[in-house]
Write a protein that binds this ligand. Structure first.
Ligand code: 5AD
Ligand code: SF4
Length: 455
């Protein structure tokens, strides 16, 4: 890679002003994290970063493939870039990430979106200098979606979008093959980073003032199994908790099939870990869970929740739910609503099932209509609104730790997240951004809490 880095650097240094790159990441935090590393690599080889797409010499969309909507959006955006390319034929347009890892997508882009110069998948981040060199010297479309068995180099320093919170990947890939999910096909098998590499990164981040570390992986609680010296996720959490500094730890996402009481005990024992877990349920029906190949039952899921709540009375949970998995019946759907009532999630991310070519579920003939799925989704959202407006009331009068992130549309009102991962708004000035403050909650809405900063 070093060789191609030098060659690209040399070409770029001949330009009058340093060339600029624009990168936008879609989808999950893992993808955002990849995007930050790609930017780091581009800076190393001589690009500056811009947020203004029209002034960029290199445009990269780092894409998501989890649902069809995400892909349609990208096709729309890339279509729009045709004009830009006509005005400025020198601009380089690239597509990478999960969507680009699929062969049928590459074919479609090559055929229909001729303005695209660069297509590379999730395994080819280290190949970017070579691919860019090919585009710069040969003016041809460079494509690489081979499954190279190397992850992004540990040496590359990410260009992070925030100074006070950071995503740190602890593993890549997924072995679970949930029947609806494209991720195992586009991100390959599970690989864990070494604890040394992770601890070093967390230490550097927290030493430079980062207040929140989000550990990332498709299934974080199977961390460490593939390492030469296996380390469990709970052990890793304890090691990170032992790092000195004023910061909190979150992680995303654990899988219910691998969630143990030991993990809950670790979360509760470690003072830096937020007492909140994003635990994807997907469905409350055992029949659907089996068809999804999730390998847990609704009862096992509730055991985890109940154990956590037996130790910390209002341990906070959020979740992902898929509505309208092929042939989900009204009865199955009611089971999902039942679990939502039992758990009382603080937040849910719900998605209508999207058929993904290449997955097992895509082969099922689905008899449920789109109208029916839409109706179920509306009912589920309405129930969650009721649950959170009632359940959020438990915070009124209490004091929460809130990491403030930005100003809202209302001048002088700032927003952040509590340890429970709930949006909290309070009057303040811009010095609160990036700081953790104690906020006394005065009012609960169904989507957020309002309060006063007490120190
Ligand atoms: N259709 C709808 N939602 C999906 N997810 C993953 N694959 C699909 C799909 N094919 C959702 C799951 C997962 C979240 C990241 O995206 O709920 O937890
Ligand atoms: Fe997809 Fe299941 Fe892996 Fe999550 S655990 S990435 S839903 S296959």
């Amino acid at each position: 890679m070093a060789d191609f880095k030098d060659r690209v650097r040399k070409i770029l240094s001949k330009k009058e002003t340093p060339p600029l790159c624009f990168l936008h990441s879609f989808g999950c935090q893992q993808n955002v994290s990849d995007g930050e590393k790609i930017l780091g690599l581009l800076c190393e080889i001589g690009y500056g970063v811009t947020n203004d797409i029209s002034s960029a010499d290199l445009i990269i969309y780092n894409t998501c493939a989890v649902r069809e909507n995400a892909e349609l959006k990208i096709y729309g955006l890339v279509g729009n870039l045709k004009h830009l390319k006509e005005q400025n034929p020198d601009v380089i347009i690239g597509i990478c990430g999960c969507m680009a890892q699929q062969e049928h997508v590459v074919e479609k882009i090559k055929k229909t979106y001729k303005q695209v110069d660069l297509i590379f998948g999730t395994f080819a981040l280290n190949e970017l200098p070579r691919l860019l060199y090919e585009v710069l010297t040969e003016r041809k479309t460079a494509v690489d979606i081979t499954e190279h068995n190397s992850d992004i180099s540990e040496e590359i320093k990410a260009v992070r979008s925030s100074g006070f919170k950071a995503g740190v990947p602890i593993m890549y890939g997924c072995n679970n093959f949930c029947s609806y999910c494209i991720v195992p096909y586009v991100r390959g098998r599970e690989r864990s980073r070494t604890p040394e590499a992770i601890l070093k990164e967390v230490k550097e981040l927290t030493d430079s003032g980062c207040k929140e570390i989000m550990l990332l992986g498709q299934n974080v609680n199977s961390y460490g199994k593939t390492l030469e010296d296996p380390v469990s996720f709970s052990e890793l959490l304890r090691m990170i908790n032992d790092i000195d500094g004023d910061f909190k730890i979150r992680f995303m996402s654990p899988h219910p099939k691998d969630a143990t009481n030991e993990l809950i005990d670790t979360i509760i024992d470690c003072d830096k870990i937020c007492k909140h877990m994003h635990l994807p349920l997907q469905s409350g029906s055992n029949r659907i869970l089996e068809a999804m190949n999730r390998r847990y039952t609704a009862e096992k899921y509730m055991e985890i929740v109940n154990y956590a709540r037996s130790r910390v009375h209002d341990f906070s949970f959020s979740t992902d739910i898929i509505v309208g998995f092929p042939n989900e019946t009204e009865e199955d759907f009611r089971e999902t609503l039942k679990i939502m009532r039992e758990v009382k999630y603080d937040n849910i991310f719900s998605f209508i099932y999207s058929k993904r070519t290449g997955t097992k579920a895509a082969l099922i003939e689905d008899k449920t209509t789109d109208e029916e799925k839409g109706r179920r989704m509306r009912e589920l959202l309405e129930l969650q609104r009721e649950i959170s407006s009632e359940f959020f009331k438990r915070f009124e009068g209490r004091t929460l730790d809130v990491l403030f992130e930005s100003e809202t549309k209302n001048k002088g009102v700032f927003t952040g997240k509590s340890d429970e991962f709930i949006i909290v708004e309070a009057k303040a000035d811009s010095s609160v951004i990036g700081r953790r403050k104690k906020v006394k909650i005065t009012k609960a809405f169904n989507w957020a809490l309002q309060g006063e900063i007490i120190n």
